[in-house]
Design a binder for this molecule. Structure first.
Ligand code: GCV
Length: 648
C-alpha cells in the first residue's frame, strides 16, 4: 500500500477493520442525504468492517450534540437528537471497538460539556504559522487557500474529538488575510467551509478591526462612527450571504500593536458590540479576546503590573456586552506560561459570556520538541473554584454555561498543527491535540483516561508499553516545569523564539514580564502591599494568594517577592529548591529519553526515530536550563548548593 502523505493519527482503524465481515446500515428519523449523516455513514464504512446491523436513530431525549451507543447480538444503535450527535456517536463507536470493546459490550452515553469546542489557528496566508512548530500551514500558501484531501482528513480528525468550531487564520490579521472577508477569497473559503460543514464544524474567520480602513478606504475605524457602523453592517451581510452558516468573527484588538477601539478613546465593549450588532441579524457571534495589556512598559516602572491588565480593562464593562459577544480569556493573566494562576477574569465576569483559551501549540512549553502533555494543566484550570457563585463556581461551570445559564460559552485552544507528516512536529504532541478535543467534549474525563485512549488508538501497544508511555505523558509537565522557571515566576525564555533559557531575556524590555531578581530576593509582590493583583480574586482566593504562608507553593514567586533564604514547607530554602528542582528536572528529562528507548519495537520505527531525535534535543535543552538558571542564581545570591554539585 502506498504510504499516505500524512499520518492518520488516532484514526488509523487498523484494529477495527481486522474484525472482518460486513455491515448494514439503517437510518431512522434522519435524512440519509444530509451531509453530516453521509459523513457518519462514510466513516463507518471506512473504519468498521465488522459484522453488525447498525442503526442511526433520532431520539429527541438525547441532549444536543450528544449520543447514546449500545450494542447487542451483532446490532449497534446510535441514537442522537441531531446530526452532530450521530457523527460523534459513530466516532465513539469506532473508538470503543479500536480499544478492544466487543460489539455486545459497546455502551456509552455522552453529551458535550461545552457548547463551543473550538480550535484557533494562528496560520498566516503566506503559509507561515505564528508559533507553529510542525511545518507550514495546510490551509494557506502564497497568499492563497489550499484545499485538498488533507483538508478533509483534518475535518475528520477534528470531528472525531468533538470540535465544532474552527478559526482558520491568525488573530494577528495582516496582509492578504484582511481580504478573507472579500470577493477575492469567498469562493475558496466557501469550499473550505463546506468541508467543515460535512463534519458538523462551523468556520470562523478572524478579522482586522481596521478593515474599514484597509479594505474600505476609510480614514477611521472608530466603532461609534456612523459610516464605520454602516460599513460593517454591509460587510456582515455580504459575508453571511456568501458564506451562509459561518459562525462569526474572532477579534484581537488593541493588543500587541493591533488596531482597536482604544485609538478612538472607545472601550472594548464599544468595539465588540458594534461588530455584534452587525452580525446579529444573521445569527453570528463575535468572539472578542481579552489579551489586552500595555506592551510598551518601562522596566523601571514597578507600579504597572501586566497581570492586572485583563481584569482592569474588562471587569468594568461586565454586563455591557451584547448576548452574541463572547469574551475569550487566556487561562492565566500573563501568557501561557508553564505555571500561572487562573485568570481572575474567569468568574470575575458574572454577566458576560466567556470562552477559556488555552494553547496546545507549545510556545512556552517546549516547542513540540520537549515532551509536555498539557491536559493535567488544563484540568487544574477547569477545577479551580473562583467562588463566583455557590455550587457553580469552577472554571468548568463558567465556560460550560452552568454558572450563568448561557449558551454562548465554551473552550478554545490555539492549535499545534502544521503540514508535517505527523501534523504536530513531535508525534507525542498529538496527545495534546486529541486530549484538548476530548476534554472540551467531556470535562469529566481524567488526564489519564485521555492519555490512555490516545496511546491505545494511536499505537495499539501491549499493556506494559502503554503504561510506560502514559506515565511519561502524565509526568512530563512537571518535569518541564522543574527544569525551566521555578514556582510560577515564568518567562526567563529566549526572547522572540521562546525556546531555551535566557534569565534576563525579558528583564529589561517593554513586555511587562519581570522577575526582578537581585542579590536578596526574586519575584514581584502582587499582594495588597504590592501591585494588588491578588485582590482581583474573590475574597477567599484573594486571601489565600495574598499571604505567602497560604499561597500554593507552586505559585509563590508569581504572587510574592521572596528572599533566597526563605524556608519552604519542605524545610528547603528557596535557593536550594531552585538548585534541587533544576538538577532533578534535567535528570528526569534524561529518564524520559531512556523510557522512550525502552519502547523501541512497540511503536513504528519512523515514529521511534523522530521522537528520539526530539528527546535528544530535550535533554540538551534541560541541561542548558539547569546550568543557566543555577549559575545565574548562585551568582546573584552567592549561596552555594548544599549538595556541592557543579554550578558554573
Ligand atoms: C498571535 C503571545 C504570542 C503571540 C500571539 C499573542 C496572542 O504574545 O507570543 O505570538 O499572537 O500571544 O495571543 O495574541
Amino acid at each position: 500500500m502506498e504510504k499516505k502523505k500524512w499520518s492518520e493519527l488516532w484514526l488509523s482503524y487498523d484494529k477495527v477493520t481486522e474484525l472482518g465481515g460486513s455491515q448494514t446500515l439503517t437510518i431512522e428519523g434522519f435524512d440519509a442525504e444530509n451531509r453530516i449523516i453521509k459523513s457518519a455513514a462514510k466513516e463507518l464504512e471506512r473504519g468498521f468492517n465488522g459484522f453488525a446491523k447498525i442503526s442511526f436513530v433520532r431520539e429527541s431525549s438525547v441532549a444536543k450534540e450528544g449520543y447514546e451507543i449500545a450494542g447487542a447480538d451483532s446490532k449497534i444503535t446510535v441514537k442522537a437528537s441531531d446530526e452532530n450527535g450521530i457523527l460523534y456517536g459513530v466516532f465513539a463507536l469506532l473508538r470503543n471497538l479500536a480499544m478492544g470493546v466487543s460489539i455486545e459490550s459497546v455502551n456509552e452515553k455522552s453529551s458535550p460539556s461545552n457548547p463551543l469546542r473550538m480550535m484557533n489557528h494562528w496560520d498566516n496566508m503566506d503559509g507561515s504559522i505564528e508559533r507553529g512548530y510542525s511545518g507550514e500551514s495546510f490551509f494557506f500558501e502564497n497568499d492563497d487557500i489550499i484545499i485538498n484531501d488533507r483538508t478533509v482528513d483534518y475535518a475528520r480528525l477534528m470531528a472525531s474529538i468533538g470540535i465544532n468550531a474552527i478559526a482558520i487564520n491568525n488573530v494577528n490579521v495582516k496582509g492578504a488575510a484582511t481580504y478573507l472577508i472579500t470577493d477575492r477569497f469567498f469562493d475558496k473559503v466557501k469550499k473550505l467551509q463546506d468541508i467543515f460543514a460535512d463534519y458538523g464544524i462551523k468556520l470562523y474567520l478572524t478579522i482586522n478591526f481596521a478593515s474599514p480602513i484597509e479594505i474600505g478606504g476609510f480614514d477611521t475605524c472608530d466603532p461609534l462612527d456612523e459610516t464605520v457602523i454602516s460599513w460593517w453592517k454591509d460587510k456582515a451581510k455580504e459575508v453571511f450571504e456568501k458564506l451562509p452558516g459561518i459562525g462569526g468573527f474572532l477579534v484581537k484588538a488593541d493588543s500587541e500593536g493591533r488596531p482597536g477601539p482604544f485609538t478612538y478613546g472607545r472601550t472594548q465593549a464599544d468595539g465588540a458590540n458594534m461588530l455584534a450588532d452587525a452580525v446579529e441579524p444573521f445569527g453570528g457571534i463575535i468572539i472578542w479576546r481579552c489579551f489586552v495589556y500595555n506592551c510598551t512598559q518601562d522596566w523601571r516602572d514597578h507600579k504597572t503590573d501586566r497581570a492586572r491588565a485583563g481584569y482592569d480593562y474588562f471587569k468594568e464593562f461586565d454586563g455591557a456586552y451584547r448576548d452574541n459577544v463572547i469574551l475569550q480569556i487566556k487561562n492565566g493573566p500573563m501568557d501561557f506560561q508553564i505555571r500561572e494562576p487562573v485568570s481572575p477574569l474567569l468568574g470575575g465576569l458574572t454577566k458576560t459570556n466567556q470562552i477559556l483559551e488555552v494553547q496546545i501549540a507549545q510556545e512556552y512549553t517546549g516547542h513540540q520538541i520537549d515532551l509536555c502533555y498539557l491536559i493535567p494543566m488544563f484540568k487544574e484550570v477547569l477545577d479551580f473554584h473562583t467562588y463566583c457563585k455557590e455550587g457553580a463556581d469552577t472554571v468548568a461551570d463558567i465556560i460550560s454555561g452552568k454558572t450563568m445559564g448561557n449558551k454562548n460559552a465554551g473552550f478554545a485552544a490555539v492549535i499545534n498543527t502544521g503540514n508535517d507528516y505527523n501534523w504536530t512536529g513531535n508525534d507525542l504532541a498529538a496527545a495534546n491535540l486529541y486530549g484538548f478535543g476530548r476534554l472540551a467534549f467531556d470535562m469529566s474525563l481524567s488526564s489519564e483516561e485521555i492519555a490512555r485512549e490516545w496511546v491505545s488508538l494511536t499505537y495499539h501497544m501491549d499493556k506494559k508499553s502503554e503504561d510506560t508511555l502514559v506515565d511519561m505523558l502524565l509526568n512530563s509537565r512537571e518535569i518541564y516545569e522543574k527544569y525551566t522557571s521555578p514556582l510560577g515566576i515564568g518567562w526567563m525564555v529566549t526572547p522572540n523564539t521562546h525556546y531555551g533559557p535566557s534569565v534576563d531575556g525579558y528583564e529589561y524590555s517593554r513586555w511587562g514580564t519581570y522577575h526582578r531578581a537581585d542579590h536578596h530576593a526574586i519575584g514581584v509582590d502582587r499582594s495588597d502591599k504590592g501591585t494588588g493583583y491578588a485582590q482581583q480574586y474573590y475574597k477567599k482566593n484573594a486571601d489565600m494568594f495574598n499571604d505567602p504562608d497560604t499561597c500554593p507553593e507552586e505559585l509563590l514567586l508569581f504572587f510574592h517577592r521572596i528572599p533566597y533564604t526563605y524556608k519552604l514547607k519542605s524545610g528547603q530554602t528557596l535557593i536550594q529548591y531552585i538548585y534541587d528542582s533544576h538538577f532533578e528536572g534535567a535528570k528526569q528529562a534524561k529518564e524520559l529519553m531512556e523510557k522512550w528507548e525502552s519502547l523501541k519495537g512497540a511503536v513504528p520505527e519512523d515514529v521511534f526515530e523522530r521522537v528520539m531525535e526530539r528527546f535528544k534535543l530535550q535533554v540538551e535543552n534541560a541541561n542548558e536550563w539547569r546550568d543557566q538558571i543555577n549559575s545565574y542564581f548562585f551568582r546573584k545570591s552567592d549561596i552555594p548548593d548544599e549538595k556541592g554539585r557543579k554550578i558554573y
